[in-house]
Design a protein around this ligand. Sequence first.
Ligand SMILES: Cc1cc2nc3c(=O)[nH]c(=O)nc-3n(C[C@H](O)[C@H](O)[C@H](O)COP(=O)(O)OP(=O)(O)OC[C@H]3O[C@@H](n4cnc5c(N)ncnc54)[C@H](O)[C@@H]3O)c2cc1C
Length: 532
Amino acid sequence: MLRLDQLKLNLDQDESALWDKAARLLRIPRSEIRSLQVLRRAVDARDGLCLVYTAAVEVADQARVLRRCRDRRVSVYEPRVYSLPAPVPAPEIRPVVVGAGPAGLFAALVLTRCGARPILLERGQPTEQRIRDVNAFWSGGPLLTESNVQFGEGGAGAFSDGKLNTGTRDVRHRWILEQMAACGAPASILVDAKPHVGTDKLHITLQNLRRELLEGGAEIRFGHRLAGLHLENGAVTAVDAAADGQVYTLPARQVILALGHSARDTFEMLYAAGVPMEPKPFAVGVRIEHRQADMDAAQYKTCAGHPALGAASYKLACHLANGRSAFSFCVCPGGQVVAAASELNQVVTNGMSEYARDGENINGALLVNVGPEDFGSSHPLAGIAFQRQLERDAFTLGGGNYCAPVQRVEDFLAGRPSTGPGKVLPSYRPGVVYTDLHRCLPPFVADAISQALPLLGRRLAGYDQPDALLTAVESRSSSPVRIPRDENGQCAVRGLWPCGEGAGYAGGILSAAADGIRAAEQILNIIRRDFT
Ligand SMILES: Cc1cc2nc3c(=O)[nH]c(=O)nc-3n(C[C@H](O)[C@H](O)[C@H](O)COP(=O)(O)OP(=O)(O)OC[C@H]3O[C@@H](n4cnc5c(N)ncnc54)[C@H](O)[C@@H]3O)c2cc1C
């Protein structure tokens, strides 16, 4: 097979035109192409809008074609394929995976496929119940501290845009995408340069993944929270789990901690039990919301709305005079701002979209880096205290009933409270309060956002438009702690494998899932070694 890069189609061309493009590039008749598979599809906005493809092409006589066609866009196709570790005999004491987010689910999937029959403890609820709980909260009902946007099957990303791009390269990524597609995620994630699943399709995917785990011999315990550790000679021998108001002990030698960034009580428990931790920088700020049509027009000009393009997204960053930087994060085209708290009396924002990305607004976090020097203490858990304070202040400013404080950009920059919306209507539920966000943001964060808005507006027309809406507070961009690990991924307490976002080593769905798989691979090595 040959790999062909940079095959360009205009927006109105059908993908079948790739065959002619490929034949022309290879300087062969189209009839000599036996098959053509799209590997990657991207929108190129640099040089007039077009779609750029990478394809794998099978030709009748590859050696002859390669001899004749010397073009740097043509190479031999050498796919990198992830191979699952070899199966192991089922261990007498089953490995325990804590957390059913991407890291825990994919760790459990690899353990299951290899015969290790893990037990998966998840404090939250299965997808079906979780959807009901979250919708009730967004409709003005109570916040359930064990079943919300952070906790439950699928983890923090279950109510999200389901973006699956990552800045890192790992052979496991492709395998993860394939498993998700096999479980009901859209097939487009296998080719799109910026793949996304959307909350609606993620929920289907999660339920099918659960079925696959159960059929493979995994045991999943929803509503079971890791509540304690039993250690002997620096190694774990059992864990305590809390469920239905009772605590029970589960023997365990290998425990994957895939806790996510919001398991604050669990971090506190682990720290008290002697698990080393250190504070980690993260970023805080606000969600900014625009009308999708304005962002489409700013980026796609006259082609805005073309079905081949979908809803436009953006990625922005700038350095500020005070030495900090500000950047966009987790942008959700055609989506909504979501209430993402997991503790009582706190307001936390985030964003999600459906697969169609067809909502009225686009939202994204506008964040400023913060580090231990901002936390007011050198304690390893000081970042958590910093987050909690921000979230309590946002709760109070929002009126104390989980409504979020919002402000128009023009008012924020002028330092006066907003009294109502302009042309951008807020999507946050259960509701919003128009106010002055300076009253809940630390001055250095508010100052950085004020500096950043006009700078970013110069990069993307309309980003700092007067009616764009800021919603506070975006405080859970990544984990505020890191659990140090050795080169194999094990922490100083032997038998504990911190991974994913909560361990401080991964960020985002795909990288957390890959990190979970790496932990599973190490545990499989140990199980295999113990049997020989
Ligand atoms: C609203 C939202 C939108 C997002 N959008 C995107 C996106 O589009 N693309 C992207 O790449 N990333 C996105 N993210 C980030 C992404 O979701 C996380 O990076 C990812 O989920 C981290 O995976 P994880 O498995 O490490 O942790 P998590 O997904 O946080 O999962 C941890 C799980 O552990 C469970 N848990 C915690 N403590 C315990 C305990 N003591 N006992 C038992 N279970 C426990 C939790 O209930 C949770 O289910 C989004 C996050 C949010 C909140």
